[in-house]
Design a protein around this ligand. Structure first.
Ligand SMILES: *Cc1c(COP(=O)(O)O)cnc(C)c1O
Length: 393
């Protein structure tokens, strides 16, 4: 086990390189236990593993790692971020209600609005940057406040301590989607949150090679509830992907520190550009959540979004950018440029999108590990092409 004085960067490595549970070979990489079942040595006392849906040593190494990194007591690995979120929300009962941020991830929006109502678990959306609005949405049957910060795609910030204080006042649980920050930069359990959720597909994995989700708890009862749901729903992460995710986590600090420094430089470049009408990045003092964000997190991270003058300008820009891939997702070693209107937020009606500021000129950028000056040069040449093309017409 880890020494409590060690720094987070050290724990990223030690959390998973000290524990080949069963064979004690000293292997620094946890073996990939490709086994659905486990031979039981004794008739009337079973070993720690019996069936890999209920527990697998490779998955357990990952679950212990994320629990340690988030300062929790138990971790749970799922087949996707959405599987983690769904399984955590299904610990609720028919008749319960949740208050959820209106800037929530699209897949969570779909689950909460289209699946949970079938089980009579209802919801109210609220602007989580406004604590009065959050409190006003609480009902007698509310059980959970569900936050995501920074949020997608405008990087809206929720005051976690404020939301957690409201939850405690009304005896509710706080669930936090910590995908954008990761425990490198933000540890909501330390602030009093109850359940941490991750799309580990993003920064924790870091290489755009796996789909995975994680949940972390501190309290024993809610940990037992999520374990029960993980085993009952069965949306577990396989051993091979658990191994890949452990490898990804080891380089989290190295990747995200560089990516965040590059994102900050790009945000300043975009802010000064004549063609960019707005930049959304919590690291800029112009961002409305800047001060709140730095009360609860130690970096602005590697995702930002920015607005270009028109759909046409945006199209030519995207068609001429050479380095970033144009795709959904984020958090990879490659820079990823995405277009929320037709990608992550396509399911939201145009009126609602416009109201939220998700315009036809909005692009989201997840900054990768390429040389930042190459990226800036690439954007400059693509801006020049877009100016040329839109001026001709
Ligand atoms: C991607 C994402 C999810 C969903 O995770 P999957 O791994 O795609 O299922 C949830 N929350 C946030 C903030 C995300 O970016």
């Amino acid at each position: 086990m880890t020494n409590h004085n060690e720094n987070f960067e050290t724990t990223l490595i030690t959390a998973s390189t000290r524990g080949d549970y069963e064979t004690k070979t000293g292997a620094v990489n946890i073996p990939i236990y490709v086994s659905s079942t486990f031979d039981q040595e004794h008739f009337d006392s079973f070993g720690p593993f019996d069936y890999s849906r209920s527990g697998n040593p490779t998955r357990q190494a990952l679950e212990n790692t994320i629990a340690e990194l988030e300062h929790g007591t138990r971790g749970f690995a799922f087949s996707s971020g959405i599987a983690a979120i769904a399984s955590a929300l299904l610990t609720l009962n028919a008749g319960d209600h949740i208050v959820i941020t209106s800037e929530v991830y699209g897949g969570t929006y779909r689950f909460v609005t289209e699946v949970l109502p079938k089980y009579n678990i209802t919801h109210t959306f609220a602007d989580f940057s406004n604590l009065n609005e959050v409190e006003a949405a609480i009902q007698d049957n509310t059980k959970v406040l569900y936050a995501e910060t920074p949020a997608n795609p405008l990087l809206g910030i929720t005051d976690l301590s404020g939301v957690i204080a409201l939850a405690k006042k009304h005896q509710l649980k706080t669930f936090v989607d910590n995908t954008f920050m990761t425990p490198l930069y933000q540890k909501p359990l330390d602030l009093g949150a109850d359940v941490i959720l991750h799309s580990a597909t993003k920064f924790l994995g870091g290489h755009s090679d796996i789909i995975a989700g994680l949940a972390v708890t501190k309290d024993e009862e809610i940990g037992n509830d999520i374990y029960f749901m993980q085993n009952s729903m069965g949306a577990i992460l396989g051993a091979q992907d658990s191994f890949s995710l452990i490898q990804g986590i080891k380089t989290l600090n190295a990747r995200l520190t560089l990516e965040s420094a590059s994102a900050e430089k790009i945000a300043h470049f975009l802010e000064k550009s004549d063609y960019v009408t707005a930049v959304h990045y919590p690291g800029l003092t112009s961002h409305p959540g800047h001060t709140t964000h730095f009360k609860q997190a130690t970096s602005a991270g590697a995702v930002l979004s920015f607005e270009l003058p028109s759909k046409e300008f945006t199209k030519v820009f995207v068609e001429n950018v050479q380095i970033p891939i144009f795709a959904v997702s984020l958090g990879g070693v490659e820079s990823i440029l995405s277009y929320p209107v037709t990608m992550s937020h396509a399911a939201i009606p145009k009126e609602e999108r416009d109201k939220r500021g998700i315009t036809e000129g909005l692009l989201r950028l997840s900054v990768g590990l390429e040389n930042v000056d190459d990226l800036i040069q690439d954007f400059e040449q693509a801006f020049a092409k877009a100016v040329e093309a839109t001026a001709v017409k």
